[in-house]
Design a protein around this ligand. Structure first.
Ligand code: ADP
Length: 397
């Protein structure tokens, strides 16, 4: 069966059509600037050149229609008709406390995702738009919601409560939820599989280091802690997001710079992280490494601060799990940046972690990067959130 995986943002829509039997990606693409002038669809059929279709997309319904048109197109399509799409799997950001696993979408699930929008006002409404656009274009095709937060629902209360008045949890459900759950689940399961062990027998720390970044502690097959919180702003220093900071800094800066809370939020999400910290060199680690190499002190400091934060989280999760067997790096930076993995693993030497420099610097390859004698196995496991969504969608059908 072919499964269409959709990741819908407020003005964009990413898709992959996956053959669930072979798990091959038949085509993938991105619709951009939906509802804005200059909308375009970039469609890439597997093994062939990408095509760029520049056509107005006033809304997501039209975007989904164009995606289907591209998929069945005589020239650059990959299927003969809509009937060859057996199901749609949607990435949904916030499942709150309601969803601890993927679910088949019906009217009540839609209502629940809508209700959870107050916890993810930028994401859940966009995800819902994608769901409705697919319902309109593909009536009767089963749809599944796969939540970013679901894998983390096994965290114990001591890991998800904040030191705030309890009434805020009761009234507004303010607590840690965590994100990137699909990736943490996929990577921890795959790491165990590669090692020929059961995930249930291992203590694994997954470092998902992409533009957004988070770490999780997976003990005996379930998540026991993770670094992102109520929103994806907490935890590690990211590309443009601040991660952890002293909460009192917010009112301090707001007052000094005459910023509203909304403006401050924007600074924390878009102008901070290694981008802000490097004095705006770049949020991209390729640029940062190049700048650091050519002597830019701010870029060097941003990289060092980034690695230090990752290492501190690994330390605290080792304590939380009373040990660690496997540390797995994933996502754009985790899979590709030798500088970051080297910088982080330097701190882990005291606990007997030994890595092989040539392997640490290899890009994008699934492999063990520690020595056979290393006390902890360090690995790179490329993540594949779309494949995981397709698998979970198939499982539910
Ligand atoms: P997201 O899915 O969160 O947008 P990715 O997981 O694709 O992010 O990661 C993107 C980031 O990965 C880029 O911003 C860049 O910093 C980093 N990256 C990608 N390739 C490399 C590379 N060869 N070396 C270092 N960093 C890289």
């Amino acid at each position: 069966m072919n499964i269409l995986v959709i990741n819908c943002g407020s003005s964009s829509l990413k898709y992959q059509l996956i053959d669930s039997e072979s798990e091959n990606v038949l085509a993938k693409g991105l619709a951009e600037r939906i509802g804005i002038d200059g909308s375009r669809l970039t469609h890439t059929p597997a093994g062939r050149d990408k095509v760029v279709i520049e056509q107005p997309m006033p809304d997501h319904k039209e975007a989904v229609r164009l995606v289907i048109e591209a998929l069945v197109d005589a020239e650059h399509g990959v299927i003969a008709s809509l009937e060859e799409i057996g199901a749609v799997g949607h990435r949904v950001v916030h499942g709150g406390e309601k969803f601890n696993k993927a679910v088949k979408i019906d009217a009540s699930v839609i209502r629940d995702i809508e209700e959870l929008s107050s916890l993810a006002p930028l994401h859940n409404p966009a995800n819902l738009i994608g769901i409705r656009a697919c319902e309109d274009n593909m009536p009767g095709v089963p749809q599944v919601a796969v939540f970013d937060t679901a894998f983390h629902q096994t965290m114990p209360k001591k890991a998800y409560m904040y030191g705030l008045p309890y009434e805020y949890y009761e009234k507004y459900k303010v607590r840690r939820y965590g994100f990137h759950g699909t990736s943490h689940d996929f990577v921890s399961a795959r790491a165990a599989e590669v090692l020929g062990k059961k995930r249930e027998d291992l203590k694994i720390i997954v470092c998902h280091l992409g533009n957004g970044a988070s770490i999780s502690a997976v003990k005996n097959g379930v998540c026991v802690d993770t670094s992102m919180g109520l929103t994806p702003l907490e935890g590690l220093i990211m590309g443009t997001r601040s991660g952890d900071l002293d909460p009192a800094i917010l009112s301090f800066i707001c007052e000094k710079e005459n910023l509203s809370p909304v403006q401050m939020n924007d600074v924390l999400n878009k102008k901070s992280g290694v981008y802000g910290l490097s004095d705006y060199v770049s949020s991209d680690f390729r640029d940062l490494s190049a700048a650091a190499e050519s002597g830019n002190e701010c870029a060097k400091m941003a990289l060092e601060t980034y690695c230090y934060r990752v290492a501190k989280y690994i330390g605290s999760y080792t304590m939380a799990m009373q040990g660690v067997d496997v540390i797995a790096f994933t996502a754009g930076i985790g899979e590709n940046s030798g500088d970051v993995k080297t910088g982080v693993c330097e701190y882990l030497k005291f606990m007997g972690v030994e890595v092989i420099p040539e392997k640490v610097n290899e890009r994008g390859k699934e492999q063990i990067i520690s020595t056979p004698d290393s006390k902890v196995t360090v690995m790179v496991v490329p993540t594949d959130e779309e494949l995981s969504i397709a698998r979970q969608t198939l499982e539910l059908l």
